[in-house]
Design a protein around this ligand. Structure first.
Ligand SMILES: Cc1ncc(COP(=O)(O)O)c(C=O)c1O
Length: 442
C-alpha cells in the first residue's frame, strides 16, 4: 500500500491496539512498513532509528538474512508440530544451546510463547515444586515495587506497576519488596553504591508471613519497563543469601536482561548472582518469532520427575500450544549463532561506556530529573508537567519520532536500548536529538 493511499473511514477501528493510547494513535498514526539493520522505514518513507531495539528484543538489528532464511526454511519443512506428547529436534537442540549460556546449575529449559507466559510458568513451577516436596503451604509470591513481569494474572500480581493492575480486580496472593530506584537527581552511572540494605526488607516480609508460606521471590536483575532501575552493589547478593537461608526460591526475570543487553548472556552473569529459576524471551529470537523460556535448576526439574506414578502421566500439567514452536526454535538457533558470530556481548561491552557517557551528557537538559544506565540500556526520568506526569515523556517521544528516532516513553520516563549493532555515531546522534527534544518541550 503506498504511503498515503486513501483508506476507508474507520479502517483502523477494528484493531484494539496493545499498550497504546488508541484514540491518540488513530488520530496520528505512526505506521512502520519495513526494517533493516538499526532502522525502520515509516509509511511516509522516512528512516527511523530503532532506539529501543523494537521492544528490547532486536539487538542484532532487523531483517538479518540468516534468521530470515532459517525461519523460511523451517516454515517450509515443519510449520507446526504438537507441543504436547510429540516434539521436533530443534527444541532439544535449542535447549542445549541455551543451557550452555546459562549460569552453571540452570540446565532444564521449559518453552513458552512470551515473557508473560514465562513469568506465570515460573510462578506456577515454584508453587508446584514446594507442593511436590510436601510443603503445599508455600504458595506466597513476593515481587517488588516498580517490577514488571508481563501482563498475565501472576505477572501483574507480583508486578509493582499499579497502573497495570488496578483496574483488573483480585490478583493472586503476593507481597512486594521496596524498589531500589535512588532518589531523583542521583544521576548514578551504572550500579548505585548505596541501597543494598533494601534487600533486608525481605526479612521483614519473612517475619510477617513466615518462610513456610513463601514460595518464591521474583525480581528483574535490572528493571527495564519501570525506567531502567539498576540494582545497588551487593543488593542481589543479599537477596540470594536471604532466600537460601530461608528456603525460598529466587526467580530472575531476564526477559530484558537476558541474551546480551547487559554485555553478558544473562543479568545473572553480569551481576554475579545465580537464581533458582530464570525467565527470558525477546532477544532469544531477536524478536523475529515469539518465544519465551523458563530455565530451572536440575533439582527443581527432578523433583517433578521423581513424583512417582506411571511414567505416562504428566509431571507438570502446564504448557502452551506454541511452547517450543518449531519456527520460533529455528529463529532462536539462528539468533544464537549470530549473537556468537557478531560477538554481540563484546560489542555491548565496548559500546556501554560510550553510551553511558553520552546519555549522562543529558544531565542539565530541560526537564531531565534523573538518568540511570547499564549495558546498552538507559532510563531518563522526566520532570512532570503540573498534574500530568506522563505528558512530557509522550511529547518528547513524539518529537523524537518527527526527527527520525524511535524511543519508548513509559510512566514518567524515556527509555533507550539501542541495537547492539549501532555505531558510536548513531548513539551520539540519538542522544543529541534527544537533548534537543527535551530542550524544546514545554
Ligand atoms: C522483565 C519482563 N518480564 C516480562 C515481560 C513480558 O513479556 P511479553 O511482553 O513478551 O509477555 C517483559 C516485557 O517487557 C519484561 O520486561
Amino acid at each position: 500500500m503506498s504511503a498515503f493511499a486513501p483508506r476507508a473511514d474507520g479502517w483502523m477501528d477494528a484493531h484494539w491496539m496493545a499498550f497504546t493510547g488508541n484514540r491518540e494513535f488513530k488520530a496520528n498514526p505512526r505506521l512502520l512498513v519495513a526494517a533493516e539493520g538499526a532502522y525502520y522505514r515509516s509509511e511516509d518513507g522516512r528512516r527511523i532509528y530503532d532506539g529501543l531495539s523494537g521492544l528490547w528484543c532486536t539487538g542484532l538489528g532487523h531483517s538479518r538474512r540468516e534468521i530470515v532464511e532459517a525461519v523460511s526454511r523451517q516454515v517450509r519443512e515443519l510449520d507446526y508440530s504438537p507441543a504436547f506428547q510429540f516434539a521436533h529436534p530443534l527444541s532439544f537442540e535449542l535447549a542445549n544451546r541455551i543451557v550452555a549460556k546459562m549460569p552453571s546449575g540452570l540446565n532444564r529449559v521449559f518453552f513458552t510463547g512470551s515473557g508473560s507466559e514465562s513469568v506465570d510458568t515460573a510462578l506456577k513451577m515454584a508453587r508446584a515444586y514446594w507442593r511436590a516436596k510436601g510443603q503445599a503451604g508455600k504458595t506466597r509470591l513476593i515481587g517488588r515495587a516498580k517490577g514488571y513481569h508481563g501482563v498475565n494474572f501472576g505477572g501483574i500480581s507480583v508486578g509493582g506497576m499499579v497502573g497495570n493492575r488496578k483496574i483488573f480486580g483480585q490478583g493472586i496472593e503476593a507481597d512486594h519488596l521496596p524498589h531500589t530506584q535512588p532518589p531523583l537527581g542521583s544521576f548514578f552511572k551504572g550500579m548505585p553504591d548505596q541501597g543494598a540494605e533494601l534487600a533486608d526488607e525481605l526479612l521483614q516480609l519473612i517475619a510477617l508471613h513466615d518462610a513456610s508460606t513463601i514460595a518464591a521471590v521474583i525480581v528483574e536483575p535490572f528493571s527495564g519497563s519501570a525506567g531502567v532501575v539498576i540494582p545497588p552493589v551487593g543488593y542481589l547478593q543479599r537477596l540470594r543469601e536471604i532466600c537460601t537461608a530461608h528456603g525460598i526460591l529466587l526467580i530472575f526475570d531476564e526477559v530484558i536482561t537476558g541474551f546480551g543487553r547487559c554485555g553478558e548472556w544473562t543479568g545473572s552473569a553480569a551481576f554475579g548472582v545465580t537464581p533458582d529459576i530464570l525467565t527470558a524471551a525477546k532477544q532469544i529470537t531477536n524478536g523475529v518469532q515469539p518465544l519465551g523460556i523458563v530455565v530451572a535448576r536440575q533439582e527443581i526439574h527432578d523433583c517433578f520427575m521423581n513424583l512417582g506414578g506411571p511414567d505416562y502421566m504428566l509431571e507438570f500439567p502446564h504448557g502452551y500450544t506454541y511452547s517450543a514452536h518449531p519456527v520460533a526454535c529455528a529463529a532462536g538457533l539462528a539468533s544464537l549463532d549470530l549473537l556468537e558470530r557478531d560477538e554481540a556481548l563484546a560489542r555491548v561491552k565496548t559500546l556501554a561506556p560510550k553510551f553511558e557517557a553520552a546519555v549522562h551528557g543529558l544531565k542539565g537538559a530541560r526537564h531531565v530529573a534523573d538518568i540511570r544506565n547499564y549495558g546498552l540500556a538507559a532510563g531518563i526520568s522526566v520532570a512532570a508537567a503540573p498534574g500530568e506526569s506522563a505528558k512530557r515523556p509522550f511529547e518528547i517521544a513524539m518529537s523524537m519520532y518527527a526527527k527520525g528516532y524511535y524511543v519508548r516513553y513509559g510512566g514518567d520516563t524515556i527509555q533507550l536500548a539501542p541495537p547492539f549493532i549501532s555505531t558510536e555515531a548513531e548513539i551520539d546522534s540519538l542522544i543529541s536529538a534527544l537533548g534537543d527534544s527535551f530542550n524544546t518541550t514545554a
